[in-house]
Design a binder for this molecule. Structure first.
Ligand code: SF4
Length: 99
């Protein structure tokens, strides 16, 4: 498919191609950034399982071990690790959604 910069955000009748390239009716998104991560610090008990599962996305505060979200929209190569982190979180403090 030929991408013309001036028309990159103009919807076409080929929505699948646009979605795959992150250009469908909106700002151009980081390729593969289809996951939105949120954490609930009030639920977090500082177990650290998320950091072990996805250290590029989660960290913990030094003072109390509460989760620190490093990347709210991780790249596609992190998605499996982030899903694992959410699955093993004993406090259900990690929520995932599509961007
Ligand atoms: S696994 Fe859950 S409870 Fe443990 S630090 Fe991460 S967010 Fe907090």
């Amino acid at each position: 498919m030929v991408t013309r910069p001036a028309e990159a955000s103009v919807p076409t009748d080929n929505a699948a191609d646009n979605a795959a390239e992150g250009t469908a009716e909106g700002p151009i998104q980081k390729k593969g950034a289809t996951m939105k991560v949120t954490v609930d610090e009030d639920k977090c008990c500082g177990a650290g399982s998320c950091v072990l599962a996805a250290p590029d996305v989660f960290d913990q505060r030094d003072e109390d071990g509460i989760v620190v979200l490093l990347d709210a929209e991780p790249a596609e190569d992190q998605h499996a690790a982030v899903r694992d982190a959410a699955a093993v979180c004993p406090a259900a403090a990690i929520a995932l959604s599509d961007v």
